[in-house]
Write a protein that binds this ligand. Structure first.
Ligand SMILES: *Cc1c(COP(=O)(O)O)cnc(C)c1O
Length: 396
């Protein structure tokens, strides 16, 4: 092993461990459902992104197995050689219909989408206005494009307008884009899309909404853009197929020209093997389930409201979420981590999220209720919250 590498690894790992910042990864024994098993202990799971419980859905499992029988386990090539299977086309047509756009393109992950789509359109002669709380993959995607990145205060429309005006009037850039999450995963707040569209029209901004946490959740399932009826006004609707949709993958939905361009210019589409057949078929089935009925979506919101109400009645600060994402704000970083650890001992798995992921002093335990939770499970979780909350003097 290289001495330089060895020294680099030892120094950095030791430093992380000494500062208590080394993340020990929990291993889930079995499926990631409403309950999970870690170290042989069964826990109520409030930390997955499996909003609709589709990760273990029987219909999805059945069609995935059938697709493996008919198409194999791998796609065999990148999309542009001969890795475009009939299953991918079927999925992309279903995605476009679901999102209310002319066309859609599927990628191997949501992260990959942001690597693919931003740099296919933006370059060093352009500027990107980016909400300061945007997801890491958006930040990386922006960097990859080499465009000038201009941070915009979180959901601050006056700041967006001022920075859009300055960027456009500077004459320095050929194109200016605004990128935002549709739903912000730390606080559960929703992007102000109607105002964003207004500002975008005023300054001819390209609009890009990453709806990873909105798809399946907002707009009766179809996402945040559809929630506001703005399918014709947002240029890029992108998202993941791994959260509410329950499988893996990502997509961009937009005009036919945009999708045609991404098929020739986005590097992960050109140089990385396409989605596996079983996954592809399972995603298409998930979209069918969401189109047929809003039952899972409705159950998710019902559970979210129930958990929020329960935590509020106990006296916790649950922030200002507009979605089922339910932060429980504890404040101090150490107490937050201890809170999460004690919850786990009491049978509830809810991760602590602290600085630098969220601002200092706003450490929180973040709860992700899903459609798969029963009222009994939520009551059990609330009882654990009550016990630990009193023990740590967070509530009376
Ligand atoms: C989770 C997430 C992604 C990444 O999606 P994956 O499919 O898990 O790679 C991208 N953007 C946002 C906003 C996310 O929350």
């Amino acid at each position: 092993m290289s001495n330089v590498l060895n020294e680099f690894l030892t120094t950095n790992l030791t430093e992380l461990k000494e500062n208590g910042l080394y993340n020990e990864i929990n291993v889930v024994q079995g499926a990631n459902g409403a309950k999970i098993t870690i170290d042989g202990k069964e826990l109520i799971n409030l930390s997955s992104n499996n909003y609709l419980g589709l990760a273990t859905n029987e219909r999805l499992k059945t069609v995935a197995k059938q697709a493996i029988d008919s198409h194999g386990v791998g796609a065999g090539a990148v999309r542009t050689i001969n890795g475009t299977l009939d299953l991918h086309i079927e999925l992309e047509e279903a995605l476009a219909k679901f999102k209310g756009t002319e066309a859609a393109i599927a990628y191997q992950s949501g992260f990959n989408c942001n690597m693919a789509a931003i740099s296919a359109v933006m370059n060093k002669n352009d500027a990107i206005l980016s909400d300061e709380l945007n997801h890491a993959s958006i930040i990386d995607g922006c960097r990859l494009s080499k465009a000038k990145i201009i941070r915009v205060n979180h959901s601050d429309m006056a700041d967006l307008r001022a920075k859009a005006k300055a960027a456009v009037e500077s004459g320095l850039y050929n194109k200016v884009m605004y990128i935002t999450d549709g739903v912000f995963s730390m606080d559960g707040d929703v992007a102000k899309l109607p105002e964003i569209v207004e500002i975008a029209q005023e300054f001819d901004l390209i609009t890009y909404v990453d709806d990873a946490h909105g798809s399946g959740v907002m707009g009766k399932g179809a996402g945040t853009v559809k929630h506001f009826g703005l399918q014709d006004k947002i240029d890029f609707q992108i998202g993941t197929l791994s959260k509410a949709i329950g499988v893996v993958g990502g997509y961009v939905a937009g005009t036919k020209d945009l999708i045609d361009w991404l098929k020739v210019a986005s590097r992960p589409f050109l140089f990385s093997t396409s989605l596996a057949p079983g996954d592809t078929k399972a995603i298409t089935e998930a979209l069918s389930i969401l189109t047929e009925s809003t039952e899972l979506h409705d159950k998710l919101w019902e559970n979210g409201d129930y958990l929020k109400q329960g935590l509020k009645e106990l006296g916790f600060d649950i922030g200002h979420s507009e979605t089922p994402i339910t932060p429980c704000i504890i404040g101090d970083e150490k107490t937050t981590q201890q809170f999460s650890k004690r919850l786990m001992e009491e049978g509830v798995y809810a991760k602590s999220i602290v600085f630098p992921t969220v601002p200092k002093g706003t450490g929180r335990v973040r709860n992700m209720p899903t459609a798969a939770h029963t009222t009994d499970m939520l009551d059990e979780a609330l009882a654990a919250y009550a016990k630990v909350g009193r023990e740590l003097n967070i509530i009376k």
